[in-house]
Design a protein around this ligand. Structure first.
Ligand code: GRG
Length: 300
């Protein structure tokens, strides 16, 4: 990305990248004409809801950092990442998990359709992500590396493992080690994978992919601490003293474990760590240096 684009403001740049992600998501979905019509409708319903597309933006920015452009492989990688992320939200919202009625400003998938359709829509989204990575990324080496990276982040040693531990943990039983395990696996690895996938899609070296993976882990951990803080502040503004949804459900969170002030400090330290990972990347990494701050400022 050019320096000029970075200077026109972070939110405009994020908006442009979110629009690109939406366009690619529409294209890949439309390219498969044999999807069952009911699933095509529900997949489109969940994918077209207004997500922030931060993970896609990280992929695009890392591709631009390495290759000077958003490569075709980066576009497919971003669509795959957002598709897996959306599946996780569809399943997380189910009555067996968080039991949420609204997501991204619209009824959750199981509210719009029914529970069985939401389970199958999540399954379809997850499988679809690997279909497009395997078939639509033209360079076989890059395709395999992208599949490997996303599978590691999303699977049982990643997001699904983090979600499992989250369900097993309550604030009474939670300790910091468990909380860190949950954040690392449930949230941070998907951010690490996003940064790494952007670098892979841009043709980066193993060393560049590794540095950006670690950058992604730091921003993912910071994002989750910020999210825990938001859960509290949104609720305290709206509902006075009532606890946030995670707290309400007795989940272990940073603020419940170490308090609001130390949680903020933790998030600040993670943002600083993320920026340090970019030391060898020069001026083209400016937008990536701004991102941790922006994620943190959501909590103020
Ligand atoms: C069901 C396997 C499975 C996993 C669920 C993503 C997830 C794991 C649960 C959602 C609940 C939650 C608060 C997760 C932490 C990560 C997070 C803050 C997700 C929301 O991501 P955003 O804010 O959402 O980027 P949008 O809608 O903008 O894409």
């Amino acid at each position: 990305m050019s320096q000029e684009a970075a200077d026109t403001g972070f939110s405009e740049e994020l908006k442009r990248k979110a629009e690109l992600a939406n366009q690619v998501l529409n294209e890949v979905l439309a390219s498969r004409t044999d999807i069952h019509p009911k699933l095509a409708e529900a997949m489109s319903y969940t994918l077209s809801a207004p997500g922030k597309r931060i993970r896609a933006a990280v992929i695009f920015w890392c591709s631009e950092l390495i290759a000077g452009e958003v490569t075709d492989a980066a576009k497919i990688a971003a669509a795959a990442m957002e598709t897996v992320h959306t599946y996780s939200l569809v399943h997380d919202d189910l009555p067996a998990m968080d039991d949420d009625d609204m997501r991204r400003g619209q009824p959750t998938c199981h509210r719009m359709y029914d529970e069985a359709t939401a389970v199958l829509t999540g399954d379809a989204l997850l499988t679809f992500a690997f279909d497009i990575l395997a078939n639509d990324v033209k360079n076989a080496d890059i395709s395999v590396k992208l599949i490997r990276t996303l599978a590691a982040a999303a699977g049982p040693a990643g997001m699904v493992g983090g979600q499992m531990q989250d369900l097993l943990s309550t604030s009474e039983k939670g300790d910091r080690e468990t909380l860190e395990y949950i954040h690392l696996n449930k949230t941070a690895k998907m951010f690490g994978a996003s940064a790494a996938m952007g670098a892979i899609a841009g043709g980066g070296t193993d060393e560049q992919v590794d540095s950006l993976y670690k950058y992604g882990l730091d921003i993912g951990l910071g994002f989750q601490v910020a999210d825990d803080l938001l859960d509290i502040s949104a609720t305290s503004e709206e509902l006075g003293k009532t606890a946030g949804k995670d707290q309400e459900q007795g989940k272990v969170t940073y603020p419940s474990l170490i308090g609001v002030e130390r949680s903020r400090e933790t998030a600040e330290n993670l943002a600083a760590d993320a920026i340090k990972r970019l030391e060898n990347f020069g001026d083209r990494a400016q937008i990536l240096r701004k991102l941790p701050r922006v994620l943190l400022d959501r909590t103020r």
